[in-house]
Design a protein around this ligand. Structure first.
Ligand SMILES: *Cc1c(COP(=O)(O)O)cnc(C)c1O
Length: 387
């Protein structure tokens, strides 16, 4: 059995070696390294895949969010609501825009922003701040509760930006990620479900006014002419070479997604009696960017060590919620304690998840996890018998 990777980029590289190097040669020959024809082709392919009105690629997922805040003209005095249990980018872009991120708690079963906590955050918001928008996160690949969130957003006149960096390929009520909010940001960082060989990102929109604006903002706010500047923007274009990688990877993406589902089903079937496996509510279809279980806080480090002793990598996403991070602790939050997130950081554990895990490797992983729980139970019984 080969060594198990947490995320395996090499097996996929072998599978795509020929088509990717042929397309690389083509790009190296035509030499349009910035906004070359492959960038347009990828944007068309992504639009077809998601069913969005338009796709605009950019340098990375963080910039995708940043560009959307620029498009919404977010600035000082504006409040933007974000879940606290997420990667830093979600709140970082708000602070970078000189606006105020307001931290909201998450649901204990889905890990995603809790509409009830959002309502409380709106009610208790400092009156000197203007509630402007909401950034939802589809954590670990599971879409957020968009129906409930759209309802709160409409009541309070908020726009929604979906941070779908971990959920490209996911669905909610039959609709693809990319169409669940007026604007969606995603990332093609190497560990995300659809990934390139470096940094990359994209914005999907269903709003006809947004496409042209974002296209201008990602390229120094240019107008019809490259040297006309009608907005203050960023340099945030996707390299043509990265677009070429993504064109080929998108072709095999549906098969990879199928395999991710098989792996999640296997884990769920074999592990649900020893720890809490991810719950997928009806009508949700996760992209399985990560497979995250919940274990007892006092057992987590021992389980990580046991896995590691058997050459099985695992990771904790995340060990601290953003509202307790030094750089973000002074920003407002829905409640004094965001209790669910504060509890989850001590109990979550992500197991290896990528489309190239073999059946043998999967069996090995579940045997090691089950073995861990059998031996802890035995140890507990012995301890009880002695005392
Ligand atoms: C990865 C990630 C981002 C940022 O994407 P980059 O391409 O690394 O900038 C933003 N939000 C979430 C939830 C992420 O997981």
């Amino acid at each position: 059995m080969n060594k198990i990777q947490f995320i395996d980029l090499q097996s996929q590289r072998q599978a795509l070696k020929k088509p990717v190097s042929e397309l690389f040669d083509k790009v190296l020959t035509h030499g349009a390294f910035i906004l070359g024809p492959e960038v347009n082709q990828l944007e068309d392919d992504l639009t077809k895949y998601t069913g969005a009105l338009e796709t605009v690629t950019c340098s990375n997922g963080t910039d995708a969010l940043r560009l959307l805040l620029l498009a919404h003209n977010v600035g000082p005095g504006d409040a933007v609501f974000v879940p606290t249990f997420t990667f830093a980018s979600t709140a970082e872009v708000v602070a970078q825009s000189n606006a105020t991120p307001v931290f909201v708690d998450v649901c204990p079963d889905t890990f995603n922003i809790d509409p009830q906590s959002l309502k409380e955050a709106l009610q208790t918001l400092d009156p000197s701040l203007k509630p402007k928008g909401l950034i939802t996160v589809d954590l670990f690949g599971l879409p957020a509760n968009y129906d409930a969130l759209h309802e709160v957003a409409e009541t309070h006149g908020l726009w929604i930006v979906a941070d779908s960096a971990q959920s490209f390929g996911g669905k909610y009520k039959g609709k693809n990620v990319g169409t669940l909010a007026q604007t969606t940001a995603t990332s093609f960082f190497p560990s995300k479900p659809l990934a390139c060989y470096g940094d990359g990102g994209a914005i999907f929109t269903t709003d006809p006014k947004m496409g042209a604006l974002i296209r201008s903002l990602r390229n120094h706010g240019c107008g019809e002419d490259r040297y006309d500047h009608i907005h203050i923007g960023l340099n945030s274009r996707l390299d043509t070479l990265q677009a070429a990688v993504l064109i080929e990877k998108l072709k095999i993406f549906p098969d990879e997604l199928k395999r991710r589902h098989e792996i999640a089903n296997f884990y769920g079937e074999h592990l649900s009696h020893v720890l809490e496996v991810p719950q997928v509510p009806a009508d949700y279809d996760p992209a399985w960017g990560l497979y995250t279980v919940i274990c007892k806080p006092e057992q987590r480090e021992a389980l990580i060590e046991t896995l590691s002793n058997h050459q099985i990598p695992s990771n904790v996403y995340y060990r601290k919620p953003l509202h307790l991070q030094p750089a973000y602790a002074h920003y407002p939050r829905a409640q004094k304690q965001l209790a669910q997130a504060e509890r989850l950081v001590n109990s979550v554990l992500s197991l290896p998840m990528h489309p190239y895990i073999t059946d043998d490797q999967l069996s090995h992983i579940v045997e090691v996890v089950k073995g861990f729980y059998q031996s802890t139970k035995a140890t507990q019984k012995t301890a009880e018998a002695i005392s």
